[in-house]
Design a protein around this ligand. Structure first.
Ligand code: ADP
Ligand code: MG
Length: 339
């Protein structure tokens, strides 16, 4: 008898889900990215119990057509990528078609959506990956996703969750990076009934930073910018006196996507080589823009790691942006958010 058998689809889904959905924060990341990709100008995020029991993301984006609602929850089902060639020119945050399938496999999801201009909307409930009900529903234009009881059917994963407080903190950090990644989208965040933050969505990086971190942090930042044919860098870096004991306020965005990158971190810190003691770290909110063909975002399921085709180019862009900001400090033309 054959010893090697292909896993059934449900088990395969559960395994794949584990890669995309690690904790409540990963669900929130994916849902906000979908909202941003939908062209939304307003996104509201609400969580209860650290996100484990309840998460809701509502947007005013393009909505989903009734006939697409069930397909959206299938693995590798996406409206953002059509063929192999498209992989080289990804302009959206999503493209793998995995998030909704993964989230729905390990929770109870309710979708409420109405396409722009459509007469009625659709409600769909999915539990542990199985569609339970689909109905016509009255609702505003846009999309609401409610995710309940995360990992209710995967006890092994549930065991690894931290306290609600710690998971909630993870969600908060995620909402902040997502909001920063797109200052043109207004993000409102409600945690256990209390509004935690609300970005204006006016497209200005400075007002977005101010609304998320307050006056003191914003006041310790200098405007940074460089641009050449290949790479544009813009945003803010901290003055040396506002340095911190850790790197938790270093935010790098590549083509609108939050990324973790040793290269970018090293480039930033190199610029502070002569102005900071060891153990002190600069903060930054930097947006790096380059041709999508110059960066591979398909390195990791959560897409927070990226590969640059030309590491030096990107390193130099960040390094010189930070360096010239530092050199401008104290000069009349230096731009500080508090001014
Ligand atoms: P991906 O984002 O990689 O395409 P997802 O599983 O996250 O895959 O979503 C599947 C599809 O569902 C998307 O391609 C999109 O067409 C649709 N969708 C998901 N969320 C939204 C939303 N908030 N607004 C409009 N469409 C959405
Ligand atoms: Mg997505």
């Amino acid at each position: 008898m054959a010893k090697i058998l292909q896993l059934d689809a449900h088990v395969a889904d559960l395994i794949a889900a584990g890669e995309v959905v690690e904790r409540p924060a990963s669900v929130i990341k994916e849902l906000i990215e979908n909202s941003i990709d939908s062209g939304a100008t307003m996104v509201t995020v609400e969580i209860k119990g650290g996100g484990m029991t309840y998460m809701r993301v509502t947007d005013n984006g393009c909505g989903i057509a009734p006939e697409d609602t069930e397909t959206a929850f299938l693995r590798h089902a996406t409206s953002k990528l059509r063929d192999e060639k498209g992989l080289e020119a990804i302009m959206t945050l999503g493209f793998r078609g995995e998030a909704l399938a993964a989230i729905a496999a390990v929770s109870r999801v309710e979708l409420l959506t109405r396409e722009t201009g459509a007469e009625t909307g659709t409600s769909l409930s999915v539990e542990g990956g199985a569609v339970k009900a689909r109905e016509l529903a009255g609702c505003p234009e846009g999309t609401t996703m409610i995710v309940r009881d995360l990992f209710y059917n995967t006890p092994a994963r549930l065991k690894f969750m931290k306290t609600d407080r710690a998971e909630g903190a993870g969600v908060s950090a995620q909402v902040i990076s997502s909001a920063l990644s797109h200052p043109e989208v207004s993000v409102r965040y409600i945690k256990d009934g209390k509004e935690e933050c609300h970005t204006p969505g006016d497209g200005r990086i400075d007002s977005c930073i101010y609304s998320l971190f307050g006056r003191e942090f914003a006041g310790g930042l200098l405007k940074a910018a460089t641009s050449d044919d290949a790479v544009t860098v813009s945003g803010f870096v901290s003055t040396p006196v506002s340095a911190r004991g850790n790197r938790s306020y270093q935010f790098f965005f590549v083509n609108g996507r939050i990324v973790k990158s040793k290269t970018l971190q090293a480039a930033l810190e190199q610029a502070y080589k002569n102005s900071l003691f060891t153990g002190r770290f600069p903060s930054c909110v930097l947006y790096i823009t380059l041709s999508p063909s110059q960066v591979d975002v398909n390195v990791h399921p959560t897409k927070t790691e990226v590969k640059f085709l030309n590491e030096h180019q990107v390193f130099d862009g960040v390094y010189y942006a930070a360096l010239s900001a530092l050199e401008s400090e104290g000069r009349k033309d230096a731009f500080r958010i508090s001014e």
